[in-house]
Structures are given as structure tokens and as C-alpha cells.
Design a protein around this ligand. Structure first.
Ligand SMILES: CC(C)(COP(=O)(O)OP(=O)(O)OC[C@H]1O[C@@H](n2cnc3c(N)ncnc32)[C@H](O)[C@@H]1OP(=O)(O)O)[C@@H](O)C(=O)NCCC(=O)NCCS
Length: 190
């Protein structure tokens, strides 16, 4: 079952990143990385063709309250996003338990520095320790080795492979993973 989420008043800090809710003033930083070819496609969406596309997505991020902006502390710049999505793609590993699917994107200029694993681990900690979620899922297209590495570094366990229809109209073989909240482990024998 989808766990409740509201990032409005949440600020998470890692050594290099600040995770906070998106703001209208993030438009330029968002467009700068979301318009670059080869980034969104790895998560199933087209590069943003213009600022109006970014503005509409940004509006949705703000309204839906389930997506963090990733700000590089060194520069104050928005470099990516991390959302706690509904479980429609993952389905429910355990229908009686509460969880969400983590989804993420990092601007190309910042790939390969371990920034996304740093962000994902901070969100896992918050979801398990503060919000008391039962589990989190995460998934990647089977060819997306970069995302697979993030999932592996963050302690998820492979669950199953599904066919997922993307916003691009393609169907992608998608590997799904789950990580359970160790604080609640005894309650459901995993
Ligand atoms: C997936 C993604 C978030 C990884 O973030 P990151 O902070 O770069 O993660 P890491 O630094 O841990 O690197 C992960 C792997 O990417 C690969 N990689 C690193 N730098 C790279 C580069 N410049 N180009 C291509 N691949 C690179 C390496 O295989 C690395 O694994 P390793 O650490 O075992 O060598 C990022 O690549 C991204 O945003 N991609 C586009 C969107 C996307 O795929 N989202 C996920 C959808 S499921």
C-alpha cells in the first residue's frame, strides 16, 4: 500500500547534498539538467524541449509534495531530483504494509561521484526511522547499469522483473528491488 508522504517541511543533509522541497526559483537549474540529451531517457522521459515543460513538471513536484530537490552544498545549485513514487509500477510486495518506490535523476555533469547513493541512503534513513515505512522499492530498466549500481550500493534486494510502459510509449524490461525496514523486521519475519 502507498505510504503517506509530504516533504514540505523536510530538509535532509548529507556530506555534500541538501535535500529539500522544490521551489519555483529552481526553474533554471532544473531546466539546465533536464534538457540534456541522454538523462531523462534513462528514466523513461524525453529531455525537456523548453522551459515551459520544466515549469509544468516543477509545478507538479511542488503540488504533489513527494519529490526532493538535490542541492549541491558546494555551489547551492540544483543537480537532481529524488521522488517517493506511488507503487503502481512496483505493485505491492506486501499489500498490508506501507511503502513507496524511490525514483531519481542526476544531472549528467555530476555523474560518477557517488552523489545519488548518498542521497538515496539519506532518504531511506528518513523513511524508515522518522516516517516508519515498512519497505521501499526501487527499479531500473534492465540496460541501465548506472542505476543498477546505485540500487546495489543502497542495499536493495532483487525482487522481480516486469514489463513497464514508459511515457515515451516504449515497453522496457524493468528490474525491481525491495528493501525492508530493519526496525520492523521481526514483525513480518523477513
Ligand atoms: C543513475 C544515476 C542517478 C547514478 O547517479 P551517480 O551519482 O552518478 O551514481 P554513482 O556515482 O554511484 O555511479 C553509478 C555508476 O554509474 C557509472 N558511471 C559513473 N560515471 C559515469 C559517467 N560519467 N557516465 C556513465 N556512467 C558512469 C559507473 O558504473 C558507476 O558505478 P561504479 O561506482 O560501480 O563505478 C545517474 O547516472 C543518472 O541520473 N542517470 C540518468 C537518470 C537515471 O538513470 N535515473 C534512474 C532511473 S531508474
Amino acid at each position: 500500500m502507498d505510504a503517506p508522504v509530504d516533504v514540505t517541511h523536510v530538509r535532509l543533509e548529507t556530506p555534500r547534498l541538501l535535500l529539500r522541497p522544490w521551489e519555483e526559483t529552481d526553474l533554471e537549474g532544473f531546466f539546465a539538467y533536464a534538457s540534456v540529451d541522454g538523462v531523462g531517457q534513462m528514466a523513461g522521459w524525453q529531455p525537456h524541449e523548453n522551459r515551459e515543460v520544466s515549469r509544468a513538471v516543477l509545478r507538479r513536484f511542488i503540488d504533489e509534495k513527494k519529490t526532493f530537490a538535490l542541492v549541491l552544498k558546494e555551489t547551492g545549485r540544483v543537480v537532481g531530483s529524488l521522488g517517493l513514487e506511488r507503487l503502481e509500477r512496483s505493485e505491492d510486495p506486501e499489500p498490508a504494509m506501507l511503502g513507496r518506490e524511490i525514483g531519481y535523476v542526476l544531472g549528467k555533469d555530476w555523474w560518477g561521484r557517488g552523489l545519488m547513493p548518498e542521497a538515496v541512503k539519506a532518504v531511506i534513513d528518513h523513511c524508515f526511522q522518522v516516517w516508519n515505512y515498512d519497505f521501499l522499492t526501487c527499479g531500473h530498466f534492465s540496460w541501465n547499469r548506472q542505476s543498477q549500481r546505485v540500487v546495489e550500493k543502497c542495499g536493495f534486494t532483487f525482487w522481480k522483473e516486469v514489463a513497464y510502459r514508459t511515457q515515451l510509449g516504449t515497453v522496457e524490461r524493468t528490474r525491481l528491488y525491495v528493501r525492508y525496514n530493519p526496525r520492523k523486521r521481526k514483525e513480518y519475519h523477513v
